[in-house]
Design a protein around this ligand. Structure first.
Ligand SMILES: [Cu+2]
Length: 163
């Protein structure tokens, strides 16, 4: 009996914590994810892929993007693209801060979400889901349409498809 009471009060405490944290302006609705897209795999044996989103923080406190998960790949990592001499290379980024009123735009050649260990190659016109975990806003799941192989690139050479 005593144990049940303890568990009950624990549950109440958690609920109160949830109420207070949303009262402080940190709910999932403060975070808006737009313009999500992924690039189609160039080959049927591709083991990794890239996805991009823009994130706006409409809240009044800084939030932080902590992690990304997806059923489409074994893991998803936040990467930045840096120049190392003439070489472009990618570096894992542990987290990204989102100041109030700020917008974070991911794009090819910049910050991106690396999908590592694709369950299946990403097919153009398909769709995957990503769950973005924020420190304050919690989990935000977004649908991510899969565009062409070079989707999001402004200076790619014309492709050879019939259109
Ligand atoms: Cu990468």
């Amino acid at each position: 009996m005593r144990r049940i009471l303890l568990e009950l009060s624990f549950t109440i405490a958690l609920t109160l914590a949830a109420i207070f944290s949303s009262a402080a302006g940190a709910s999932a609705s403060d975070i808006m994810v737009t313009g999500a897209f992924a690039r189609a795999s160039a080959t049927p044996v591709a083991k990794s892929g890239a996805a991009y989103v823009s994130i706006m923080n409409h809240g009044i406190i800084t939030d932080r993007l902590l992690a990304i998960t997806t059923a489409a790949a074994r893991s998803a990592e936040l990467h930045s693209t840096v120049m190392d001499g003439d070489m472009m290379k990618m570096e894992p980024v542990e987290h990204v801060d989102l100041p109030p009123g700020g917008t974070l735009e991911m794009k090819p050649g910049g910050l991106h979400i690396m999908l590592i260990g694709l369950v299946a190659p990403l097919k153009q016109d398909g769709e995957i889901q990503l769950t973005l975990r924020f420190e304050k806003a919690g989990d935000v799941t977004v649908k991510v349409p899969v565009g062409e192989v070079a989707a999001g690139s402004h200076d790619h050479t014309p492709d050879t498809s019939s259109d």
